[in-house]
Design a protein around this ligand. Structure first.
Ligand SMILES: Nc1nc2c(ncn2[C@@H]2O[C@H](COP(=O)(O)O[C@H]3[C@@H](O)[C@H](n4cnc5c(=O)[nH]c(N)nc54)O[C@@H]3COP(=O)(O)O)[C@@H](O)[C@H]2O)c(=O)[nH]1
Length: 553
């Protein structure tokens, strides 16, 4: 089936057969034959001594030859004109096609979609029928495009377009209206059930593995659906309703579909406002970094600091990252925000050193979208260089799930970072289903056991077993291991018995403001061992670290 089946007969056809020029050619041929025959007759007339007839023959011969040349010339001119007219029409048709179609996939573009949807609405109105508009956004396509390059991204879009097109009837419209955004218009649907059925087929079509340039991909998508006349009466209303519904699917975890509901509109507006707020926060410098201490379980000394982002909102106060990082990821703002985090952590480290303190290594979290950028290594080296630091002062935490998205590319990127001298840690280890074979190939120095396994490890045998296995695994692979979310002394004792190297958690300290870290560093310098009360408020520096001896003997 063609990718974009025409809904009407094509306006142009092949170059018409050259009937008139052919006629001219035949005529001139006949005249030539006549002239040749005339030459023979002329020869005979002279031979028979009939000079008058011979003069007439010569005149006729001359007229015949002249006519044949003129007619052949006319035929040639006619054909030339015909070809030029045809080429012009062909060129105009091509331009008209280009204006209404997407060059990459050959599908109708936004312009043609609007035109067709307008016609479909008029038709549905006349026939008192319903129609469905589906707004499709491929999930995490930008990550694939950024990490694997545009050639892979383009080919993947072409394959996805073919898959979607093959799922639809020829009278349905499939348009590509943006990078990874497609719109489907299904005429004459009987209601939501029928629209849902088509949508599920579209999602299934994308789920089948797609071989692209030597790799295999499985795509998921977020699809919003609006119905005529229920959700809108014109092109704009229907497209906006489907877009809003799609946005809701994205916000609630992607990979699925939703029908438009009027309440979504208000939510979408709120979301837009939050996005604007987030952009403004970056411009106005409303972000700050707090630092959570990491403790060496052997010596009880401070071994590292994890930089954790906070948003000091003018109205909402201190906003924790869980309430804005997902939006930052979705909108791509995580890239400039993440770059700010790296620069700011470096500047802070340099400031502590300039104050005569000896800060330990600082770990920063990298989002999946930051991690796949080819410029990452040079940007980090720039930031470290500008702050006059040694690159080994920085550790990068990457979640296990971000690494598993495309393992081979992840290994390449990790090798580059590692070769540049950066230490790498796998965050939330145990939640991302890494294969052990891969783990061996990751040039990481540290595994961070996810806090869900630590939370009840003293009472839950399964979680205790997981923690024990991860510690042993790390030891066998020559890696260091850190337990996240340590809140109880009993956990510390158990972790130390297992041989876990480091721990981090509210038992020791919450994420501290830089001033509180400074105090901590001064205390460290005097050789004290540190734990803090578990009651400190988020980011509060009001409660200072206190010293508890005996736990980390
Ligand atoms: N891409 C980036 N992600 C970031 C950045 N800064 C933070 N984050 C991620 O946001 C998530 C939530 O972080 P936060 O609210 O700061 O929570 C951290 C700790 O406060 C919390 N924690 C630490 N100890 C305990 C504990 O004992 N109990 C408990 N319930 N929570 C505890 O864990 C979070 C740190 O987790 P992790 O990063 O996995 O080590 C979080 O996913 C951050 O990664 C950023 O700059 N960029």
């Amino acid at each position: 089936m063609p990718l974009n089946p025409p809904r009407q007969c094509p306006a142009r056809g092949p170059l018409p057969p050259p009937l008139l020029p052919l006629l001219c050619f035949c005529l001139s041929l006949l005249l030539m034959i006549w002239a040749t025959v005339g030459t023979l007759i002329h020869g005979n007339s002279i031979a028979r001594g009939q000079p008058q007839i011979a003069a007439l023959d010569i005149a006729l011969l001359f007229v015949g030859a002249l006519c044949s040349v003129l007619i052949a010339l006319a035929g040639w001119v006619l054909r030339k004109q015909q070809t030029e007219t045809w080429l012009r029409a062909e060129h105009e048709a091509q331009l008209a096609h280009l204006a209404g179609h997407d060059a990459l996939t050959g599908l109708p573009n936004r312009l043609l979609l609007r035109d067709r949807l307008g016609h479909d609405i008029s038709h549905a109105q006349r026939e008192s029928r319903q129609l469905a508009v589906m707004f499709i956004d491929l999930d995490r396509f930008k990550t694939i495009n950024d990490s694997l390059g545009h050639a892979v991204g383009d080919e993947l879009l072409r394959v996805a377009a073919r898959r979607l097109r093959a799922t639809l009837r020829s009278c349905d419209t499939l348009a590509r209206i943006g990078g990874d955004e497609f719109v489907v218009v299904v005429e004459d649907v009987d209601g939501p059930e029928a629209a849902a059925l088509v949508t599920r087929k579209l999602l299934d079509a994308l789920l089948q593995p797609m071989p692209v340039l030597g790799r295999e991909f499985v795509l998921t998508a977020s699809i919003g659906i609006s119905l005529y006349p229920h959700d809108g009466l014109d092109v704009d209303q229907l497209l906006m309703a489907a877009d809003t519904a799609m946005y809701t699917v994205k916000a609630s975890g992607r990979d699925g579909y939703r029908f438009y509901e009027p309440s979504m509109h208000a939510r979408a507006l709120t979301q837009l406002e939050r996005e604007r707020d987030l952009r403004r926060a970056l411009e106005l410098g409303e972000f700050e970094l707090h630092y959570q201490p990491q403790v060496d379980l052997g010596s009880g000394r401070l071994s590292g600091l994890e930089a954790l982002l906070r948003w000091r909102h003018p109205q909402r106060g201190l906003v924790p990252p869980d309430s804005f990082i997902p939006l930052a990821e979705e909108t791509g703002l995580i890239v400039p925000i993440g770059a700010w985090v790296i620069c700011h952590a470096c500047t802070q480290l340099a400031a502590w050193r300039a104050a005569g303190l000896a800060p330990p290594r600082v770990a920063v979290n990298l989002s999946a979208r930051q991690f796949v950028r080819p410029q990452l290594v040079s940007e980090i080296l720039d930031a470290v260089g500008r702050a006059g630091l040694d690159v080994s002062m920085l550790e990068l935490e990457i979640t296990e799930s971000a690494l598993m998205h495309d393992v081979e590319s992840a290994i390449r990127q990790m090798n580059e970072l590692h070769d540049a001298g950066l230490r790498l840690a796998i965050d939330d280890f145990g939640t991302g289903y890494s294969s052990l074979a891969y783990l061996q190939r990751f040039p990481v120095g540290l595994l961070k056991i996810d806090r869900t396994f630590i939370a009840d490890m003293t009472t839950n045998h399964a979680n205790a077993a997981i923690a024990r296995t991860v510690v042993q695994l790390a030891q066998n692979l020559g890696l260091q291991v850190l337990a996240e979310g340590v809140e109880e002394r009993a956990q510390v004792q158990m972790l130390r018995a297992l041989g876990c190297h480091f721990a981090q958690g509210w038992l020791f300290a919450r994420a501290l403001e830089p001033a509180a870290v400074e105090q901590l560093l001064r205390a460290e310098r005097s050789g004290k061992r540190l734990l803090t009360p578990a009651t400190a408020a988020l980011g509060s520096s009001a409660e200072h670290p206190i010293l508890i001896s005996g736990l980390c003997a």
